[in-house]
Every structure is written in C-alpha cells, then in structure tokens.
Ligand binder design. Sequence first.
Ligand SMILES: CC(C)(COP(=O)(O)OP(=O)(O)OC[C@H]1O[C@@H](n2cnc3c(N)ncnc32)[C@H](O)[C@@H]1OP(=O)(O)O)[C@@H](O)C(=O)NCCC(=O)NCCS
Length: 220
Amino acid sequence: MSALSSLFGPGTEVAAAEARLVDEQLYPEELGPIRGAVRSRRAEFGMGRVCARQALGRVGIAGGPIIPRRGRDPLWPEGSTGSISHALGHCAVVVGRRPPLRSVGLDVEVLRPVGEELASVVLTERERARIGASDRLRLDQIVLTVFCAKEAFYKCQYPVTETFLEFHDVEVKIFDDERRFVARVLAPPARVAEARATELTGRIAYDGDRVFCGVELRDR
Ligand SMILES: CC(C)(COP(=O)(O)OP(=O)(O)OC[C@H]1O[C@@H](n2cnc3c(N)ncnc32)[C@H](O)[C@@H]1OP(=O)(O)O)[C@@H](O)C(=O)NCCC(=O)NCCS
C-alpha cells in the first residue's frame, strides 16, 4: 500500500503524478483560473484535475470540470468530494463519494530543514511544550508533520464550513505510533461546530523525503 492510499478509508480512491502541462486535457472553464499563470502552476493545477478525474472514474463518478470556488477549494462533481495537494511538482489527489463522505483533506510536504520562524507560525505554546527538547533533525520533521496535519485538517473542514482558520486556532496531537493525529479547533466558530468538524482524527504516512496527512469527515 502506498503512503498516499494508506491515509484514507473505504470508498475513497487516490491518484498521483508528476506535474506536466496538460492544458489540452482541461475543460475551458478550468483554463480560465490559470490563464496568465506561470508554467509550473498551470502544470500542477492541470495535473491535479487529470488525476482527480482518473480517481473519480474509479468511484463511478463521470468526470467534468473541477473549478475553484471563491475560497479556492475545488467544486467537485455532484455526488463526490475530494482534495488535492502539490509538493515540488508532485500532484496527489483523493476523492470519494458524498455521502458517505462529507469532506476530505489531503496535504503533502517535503521534509526539509525549517527555521524557527516556521516553527513559531505553526506551533502553539502547548504543542511546542509537548515536543520538548528534540534534536534539530527530529524537530524539523515534527514541525513539518504538524504543519501538514493542520493543512489537511483545514482543507477538510473548509468546504463544509467556509471558515478561515489560523495555525494557532488548531491544535494537533500526534499519537505515539506517529501514524495518526487528532486536530482540534480551540475556540470553534459556530459553523465549524455545526458541521461537527471541531475535532477530527487524521492519518500520517512518510515516504522518502515526504510526509502525507489525510483527514476525513464522514456522515455519522
Ligand atoms: C489551502 C491551503 C491550505 C493550501 O495548502 P498548500 O500547502 O499551500 O498547497 P497544496 O498544494 O497542498 O494545496 C493546494 C490545493 O488545495 C486546494 N485548496 C485551496 N484552497 C482550499 C480550501 N480553502 N479548502 C480546501 N482545499 C483548498 C486546491 O485544490 C489547491 O490546488 P489547486 O489550486 O491546484 O486546485 C493554503 O493555501 C491556505 O489557504 N492556507 C490558509 C489557511 C491555513 O493554512 N490555516 C492554517 C491551518 S489550520
């Protein structure tokens, strides 16, 4: 099982590919948002759509344009939901049928040395205290894993709540097995609470120099 596919539950499909220009495979409505964008951006945006349509086909949903909504989250075809992430020219996508899925979030980050600045943007005081005195190498991995987990959580909650959250609005606790985490909104805005997206469990996987995080919101 790949790192990507290990993140999500039954009824979901994933796809991944290196980004390259695929303008000829896009719908006219999809070309609008990237008109004038640099080549690398057109490539990642387009390949994300191509991967998404492959995965949608495997859950039995016919492809169609996937255009960004006002909050830049993709508008998925009727009866589906999904999430897209890009990291250094690598596109990864998850999709699933809605219902039973209500929303899903995926994020991929390249593991790299990070400075104190990113750590203080991403981590709350309590998260920092929990990490304790890790060595530098390990600290970089933890900061990027928490970053990735918060981005995946954000992408999962946004399509149902349309609520912007800062990094310090959300706290992540990584389980001892380092394969799962809980993300919790500290003072949940009404729309987050109503959507029952205040606290969600997610999964983590490492593959070479990348960390992958996935979060699902399912009907109960
Ligand atoms: C949306 C966001 C999380 C994307 O993360 P990123 O690591 O920069 O970029 P990624 O390549 O992983 O993801 C980009 C994709 O996310 C999706 N996306 C963009 N905005 C989104 C949103 N509001 N909700 C869900 N998905 C969104 C899009 O599919 C986008 O790709 P596309 O434009 O090619 O379609 C980030 O740009 C953002 O808006 N952050 C502000 C909120 C935040 O980070 N808060 C702290 C965490 S709680």
